[in-house]
Design a protein around this ligand. Structure first.
Ligand code: FNR
Length: 338
């Protein structure tokens, strides 16, 4: 049997296979209210029907000023719970598990309102200069992650992923390129980690399920975090009980990235080996053979797939055929699946 179609266990959550739909912003909320629309229902439920084991929502904002765009999903208000709950019921009806990526865009928020970051440095000339966060603002945002976790639980999600990658707020605190603070949240790597550490602790007061963290494992800049810094963060996360590190890269500062199949896997594998923690592989994974190679060689534990799943919601069926693996169709498709 292939490893891709073997079960994976995180705490009490059993995934029926290791195919994970990677978080992807869909810019589809009406009225800038952060609520689920019919599009989101169709989009996520199709992938669950397509037999993805774990379906992640897009980066879902814990505060309105933390949206990447005004059309992003939100979880800053109790009014967001109902729509997310309906979504989860449908995802679960296809025997898939659901995850929510909790995020805050920080200086990369493309919004009319004031935007916030650890330091008042704009991403580039197309972005606004953010306001440096006060200690009170930091505490408020940490508490917003906690409230997001409480609502995620009420909505019936199985897994939370904290978005610490791609140059968004958590990543801005982690990176010396974007964090030049002189208080206890800036300076040394221990201090730069403090924001994420406090978010994890506050989320845990409301959430006892599995927690993943997505990080950018390469900042493509000689003055950015080094692989050793990432080992340090990963070890800290392990101590705090994080279940999986989802290993992406880039987005912290403008940089030229040469992307090719498997380009993010060496660091994903290095972190897994150095820290003995589960990792998620992501980036230009398009075939079953490629996914199987990563898993069989113990380079990662889950395979995150983004664009291939946009092109084909039935990608799991496509790669199951490729690997000669019989998979159960959703009940409705039983007469025509094979
Ligand atoms: C993304 N990506 C992304 N990542 C993330 O952590 N949160 C997000 O909300 C988004 N949004 C998003 C939107 C769209 C339209 C795309 C295409 C991508 C990144 C994504 O999850 C993934 O890491 C990359 O796309 C690389 O994987 P693939 O596409 O090569 O499988």
């Amino acid at each position: 049997m292939s490893k891709l179609f073997s079960q994976a266990q995180f705490g009490d959550v059993t995934l029926k296979n290791r195919i994970t739909m990677s978080p992807m912003c869909m810019y589809s909320c009406f009225d800038e209210d952060g609520k689920i629309t019919p599009f989101h229902m169709t989009h996520y439920i199709s992938r669950a029907a397509g037999q993805v084991g774990l379906v992640f929502t897009e980066a879902t904002a814990v505060q309105p000023e933390g949206r990447i765009s005004a059309q992003d999903l939100g979880i800053w208000n109790d009014a967001h719970v109902e729509g997310l709950k309906n979504l989860n019921e449908q995802i679960h009806a296809y025997d898939a598990k659901s995850g929510i990526q909790l995020g805050h865009a920080g200086r990369k928020a493309d919004l009319e309102s004031t935007i916030y970051a650890p330091s008042a440095i704009a991403f580039n000339e197309n972005y606004k200069e953010p306001k440096e966060m006060t200690t009170d603002a930091i505490k408020e945002t940490i508490s917003a992650f906690k409230n997001g976790a409480r609502r995620a639980k009420e909505a019936g999600f199985d897994i939370i992923e904290l978005h610490g990658a791609h140059g968004y707020l958590i990543n801005q605190f982690l990176s010396p390129l974007t964090n030049v603070r002189t208080d206890s949240y800036g300076g040394s790597k221990e201090n730069r980690y403090r924001f994420l550490s406090e978010i994890i602790e506050s989320v845990k007061t409301e959430w006892d399920g599995p927690i993943f963290v997505r990080i950018s494992t390469d900042e493509y800049n000689e003055n950015g975090n080094t692989l050793d810094d990432f080992y340090f963060y990963a070890k800290e996360m392990k101590k705090q009980g994080i279940d999986l590190i989802d290993c992406s890269s880039g987005g912290v500062v403008p940089a030229k990235i040469s992307a090719y199949p498997g380009y993010q896997i060496p660091r994903c594998e290095a972190i897994k080996k150095e820290v003995s923690i589960a990792t998620g592989a992501i980036g230009l994974i398009t075939t079953g053979i490629q996914a199987e190679e990563i898993l069989q060689n113990d380079r990662a534990d889950l395979i995150f797939v983004a664009r291939a799943l946009l092109r084909n919601p039935y990608w799991p069926k496509q790669v199951a055929d490729e690997l000669g693996e019989p998979i159960e169709p959703p009940t409705q498709y039983k007469r025509g699946w094979h």
